[in-house]
Design a protein around this ligand. Structure first.
Ligand code: PLP
Length: 363
């Protein structure tokens, strides 16, 4: 048996007829960009989250970049970011000329909210919360600190569609929530896609203008803008997926419960869920000391795994200008050496999961 780390075809096959019918409908409609499918998706996704406004854009990084820009954060401003995240979270900050200030992770792989205050300076303008691996960051504490210091809050929800904290959806706590619909994400499209959500009508309007060359009325360009739109085909297919999203999430819960109940090897540290948090299990990430060796052993049994992420963002080559010493964030460094993402995807069979569990327990 060959177990891949992720398989996108299985989620497609589960609702193949609906996806295909919708795709043909859009292809035949003659409308491909900024049409009614996008409008409907924006309404439905905002409603799903309990947010007032949703603006579809080209991808998740674009949403982050736009959020930081539209909140007026730029050159010389500092933004607090987690030291343990995907590089795109940080690029939304650096593309605007702002300076990322990293903070160590907690036991749930998200920013350690107890360490945020000591990272605040008089240049700090915002906190970027990332809900990594599908689990909400400690939003209660983060919002409390933001209120105390009058900081903006941007949420990177690229991995957390539908995740909640104290019953409230991620993406609805801060000023802006940024989503990605890249195919591997929980709510994944069949190409690139992204969205911003906000309760601020002005900000939503600005984002709508910004994503379309800075123009509200055709050929009247009020502000500098970009071309970053969620196209009709992706929006339409995302609507199909959103209709079935609670089923996808329930299946992910069951897959996670199976690993949790059956992995018995004490060398493997299984993921924990924060009190008050409802995770959507974007990845199933375990930690193990001899990670590279374990990954090789699994590979020799035809089990593919991944590492999210082997190089923390503050050590990326592109971030070298920040001059951050390698040992500056020891916990983030340790996570980068020990994390391992097990095969985990909608449509994973019991035989596949059993084979992974058996292999791990046999080491
Ligand atoms: C995927 C991802 C992004 C970027 O989204 P894209 O649509 O690929 O641009 C940003 N942040 C996190 C945490 C992600 O996982």
């Amino acid at each position: 048996m060959h177990v891949l780390c992720n398989r996108l075809d299985r989620a497609f096959v589960a609702y193949q007829q609906e996806f295909e019918e919708k795709a043909v409908e859009v292809l035949r409609s003659g409308f491909y960009v900024l049409g009614k499918e996008l409008q409907s998706f924006e309404q439905e996704f905002a409603q799903f989250l309990g947010a007032r406004h949703c603006v579809g854009v080209g991808n998740g990084l674009s949403a982050l970049n736009m959020a930081v820009y539209l909140l007026g954060i730029g050159k010389g401003d500092e933004v607090i970011v987690p030291a343990n995240t995907y590089i795109a979270s940080v690029l939304g900050v650096t593309l605007n000329g702002a300076v990322p200030v990293f903070v160590e992770p907690d036991a749930y792989y998200n920013i350690d909210a107890d360490l945020i205050e000591e990272a605040i300076t008089d240049k700090t303008k915002a906190i970027l919360a990332v809900h990594l691996y599908g689990q909400a960051a400690n939003m209660e504490k983060i919002m409390e600190i933001a209120g105390k210091y009058n900081l903006k809050v941007v949420e990177d929800c690229a991995q957390s569609h539908g995740a909640a904290f104290n019953g409230q959806q991620t993406g609805t706590f801060g000023d802006v929530g940024c989503f990605s619909f890249y195919p591997t994400k929980n709510l994944g499209a069949f190409g690139d896609g992204g969205a911003l959500v906000t309760d601020d009508a002005d900000l939503a309007e600005q984002a709508r203008i910004f994503r379309n060359y800075g123009s509200k009325k055709k050929y009247h360009n009020e502000i500098m803008g970009v071309n970053s739109r969620l196209d009709e085909l992706q929006a339409a297919l995302l609507r199909v997926k959103l209709r079935h999203y609670s089923e996808f999430l329930e299946e992910r819960r069951q897959l996670a419960a199976f690993y949790e109940a059956n992995i018995k090897n004490p060398a493997f540290l299984l993921p924990k869920v924060r009190e008050g948090a409802e995770t959507v299990w974007h990845q199933y990430v375990v930690r193990v000391k001899s990670r590279d060796e374990v990954q090789q052993k699994l590979k020799s049994r035809n089990i593919d795994t991944m590492i999210h992420y082997p190089i923390p963002p503050y050590l990326a080559e592109s971030m070298r200008y920040l001059n951050i010493p390698e040992t500056r964030y020891p916990l983030a460094g340790q996570y980068a050496r020990e994390v391992l993402s097990l095969p985990f995807y909608n449509g994973m069979t019991e035989e596949e999961q059993e084979y992974v569990v058996e292999s791990i327990n046999g080491f």
